[in-house]
Design a protein around this ligand. Structure first.
Ligand SMILES: Nc1ncnc2c1ncn2[C@@H]1O[C@H](COP(=O)(O)OP(=O)(O)O)[C@@H](O)[C@H]1O
Ligand SMILES: [Mg+2]
Length: 373
């Protein structure tokens, strides 16, 4: 869709064809949100990056008053008027943009689009360029997280492998020894065998090779519902699950069992955080960057809880294996979930404060959706 384009006719065009000039195409694909507003600060045109930033469609925004969509710009009204009068552009950094369930920080540059001298000033317009700065910061952090995760996994797999081999020998020797012992002495070898088995299963989970990745057509809501029913059986009435799904999300290619595992780990953590309410949310992001790759469509699955939040001491190392805040925890849940996300080209991130913790799984929607993108 070309919000900056117009319907027109031409020699080789059918009536109603949308003509997108190269300049419009650039605006369509910019990651900077671009807004054109008239002298009364009513929005005249927005690009897809603006839709993403405000989480509204162009249809919902065009014609609206800027201050209504974004009350934090209300104090700048006189500056907008100055810009229109003097054609001096201005920039405001760090403007908050409050959206339902999300807060963005935005840098804004405002320029006057003035028509020729003899034209009525009322035909002038303002060009707003909006860059979400917290997102840029997030991207840098994200890359670091991915690099660290790859390095950690290599260390952990190597270590697990080193433990695995002698462990088999240890267990075998204990079994041989067992035969030579009296029944009362066997208690010791049984402890050795039991503990070796426990270590073995831990090491297996740590060393988990990049399992062959099964491609199937996956419906995210089926997966979320499956996870919900599993956990309902565990927690009963103690936790209320709320569902906030975008039903228009298409099916995509992924490994369903692995996705269940990853999301189960997130939801189980939310439930274990002594939260009373857990929200499962699905959304689509357009032109979204994960790591260094930009994707046309990205599925955003959120698990939100109202528990006490991630302990401060764990925040920087949360996705490391064996980092846990619970006495009986293994610290593997998030590490495994992150691994699964990565194998799908995705990423898990979180924000947390007392009363609101959100773990977000981003997954590129892979398949032939280009037609709708
Ligand atoms: N939703 C959450 N709220 C509060 N703390 C959390 C949440 N999710 C994870 N954590 C913290 O992160 C730690 C690591 O989680 P995880 O990797 O799943 O291992 P485990 O659950 O075995 O401890 C948890 O022990 C907990 O302290
Ligand atoms: Mg866990």
């Amino acid at each position: 869709m070309a919000y900056f384009g117009g319907r027109t006719t031409g020699p080789n065009l059918a009536k109603g064809d949308i003509v997108v000039s190269p300049a419009e195409n650039i605006i369509e694909n910019l990651t900077t949100a671009v807004v054109v507003a008239d002298t009364a600060l009513r929005l005249q045109a927005v690009n897809p990056a603006t839709e993403m930033l405000f989480e509204l469609s162009a249809k919902q925004m065009v014609g609206q008053q800027l201050q209504r969509l974004w009350p934090q710009t209300a104090p700048l009204v006189s500056l907008f008027a100055d810009t229109l009068q003097t054609a001096h552009s201005f920039t405001r950094r760090g403007l908050p943009l409050l959206l339902p369930g999300r807060e963005a920080i935005v840098d804004m540059t405002v320029t006057a689009l003035l028509p020729g001298r003899n034209v009525d000033r009322r035909d002038a317009a303002l060009l707003l360029e909006l860059t979400q700065v917290d997102r840029l910061r997030r991207l840098a952090q994200e890359e670091e997280l991915m690099d660290r995760h790859v390095a950690q996994r290599a260390v952990v797999r190597g270590l697990a492998h080193e433990i695995k081999n002698p462990l088999g020998g240890l267990r075998g020797a204990a079994q041989l020894l067992e035969r030579k012992l009296t029944e009362s002495e066997r208690e010791y070898t049984r402890i050795i065998i039991r503990e070796a088995d426990r270590l073995q299963s831990l090491v297996d989970r740590l060393a988990e090779p990049a399992r062959p990745y099964l491609q199937a057509q996956v419906n995210i809501h089926q997966i979320l519902e499956h996870v919900r029913s599993l956990l309902l059986a565990e927690v009963g009435e103690n936790v209320v699950f709320r569902r906030d799904y975008d039903p228009s999300i298409p099916e995509f290619a992924a490994d369903p069992d692995q996705l269940v595992q990853a999301i189960l780990n997130l939801v189980r953590n939310a439930v274990q955080s002594s939260s009373r309410t857990v929200v499962l949310r699905s959304r689509i992001e357009r032109q979204f960057t994960i790591g260094q790759r930009r994707h046309k469509l990205v599925l955003r699955t959120e698990v939100e809880d109202n528990g006490p939040g991630v302990p401060q001491a764990l925040r920087d190392t949360l996705f490391y294996p064996m980092v846990t805040g619970r006495a009986e925890g293994s610290g593997l849940g998030l590490s495994i979930a992150q691994d699964i996300a990565r194998r799908h080209g995705g990423l898990i991130e979180y924000v947390s404060r007392p009363g609101r913790t959100v773990f977000t799984l981003f997954l590129p929607l892979r398949q032939d959706y280009d037609a709708t993108g």
